[in-house]
Ligand binder design. Sequence first.
Ligand SMILES: [Zn+2]
Length: 317
Amino acid sequence: MNLQPLPRRPVRRPDELLSSWIIRLAKANHCSVVELCGYLGLGRDQPPETHQELASADIARFCAIARLSPDELNDMVLVRQHDFPIECISYENFQQCPTCTNTDPGLALRHWRLAWSMECEACGSELLPVWKTSEDDVQISAALSRRAHLGARRLKFAYCHLNRRLSRRVGLAADVLGVMAPQFKRYALFSHSRVQRYSTLASLYLGTTRPFLFAAIALRNDWSAVTRLGAAYPHRKKMLERLVGLAEMPPAQKMKKKDVLSSGAFGCRFPTSSNPVFLSAAKDAIEQLGEGADPRELLLLADEVIKRRRLAPVDIS
Ligand SMILES: [Zn+2]
């Protein structure tokens, strides 16, 4: 095949999206993206981004003109897991790295599209929304940021390792979140509002690790969700009653944290003694949720920590 390569060829950045490179290629060669897609034999007017979108392309022609190997081309497209319960790869550039785009305007890397990406893998800068929103100046608290990063890590693990059990939990948490807090739809994972995106990731973390607590907290904020939950899960009547019971408990904020930890309230076995096991569990809970957390959440988490440790295998050697 005797095809004339393009005269100008911008250097590809590691992990650059094929669409990003083709747009930069068109700009460098002073032609439109549509014209270039036609010349490259892509069989469409817009640059492809996934393997499926490459199906109509003349790969041999494209690789010859762009001077790319099929393996290099493979490294520039997105791979979607269609059997995962929620979409984790955005269909548009919703966030970007201010440092990298300052050096290469218009640049888009593949991992910027992923729901769990929060820092640029090329330079380590925090990824920021492409479009500014009214919430841009709102400060993300350290506790919310920590929980959002935990949620992101959990989501990445479930998606990349195709962990079925965790995938089911992610799907269920997203369903419950959609029922209880309709403002956090699944696309909130790609929201241009950092607060909404961080809150969704943090909710996924809580929803997959402590689903009952997550639902009770959400219920306290919006009691009308009881009706929606009843309609969505009619066969879970007893669980819904337990959930309402937990959410109806009197405000714990009136009690001091140490009083709550020693009160034995909420059915949690949490003695007043200074047993190192209980003190250690309380410390873990405060570290995870932050000192300003609701004492009731602290108590429940500490109780879970103790239960987990009791179930953990003991080294008797
Ligand atoms: Zn960067």
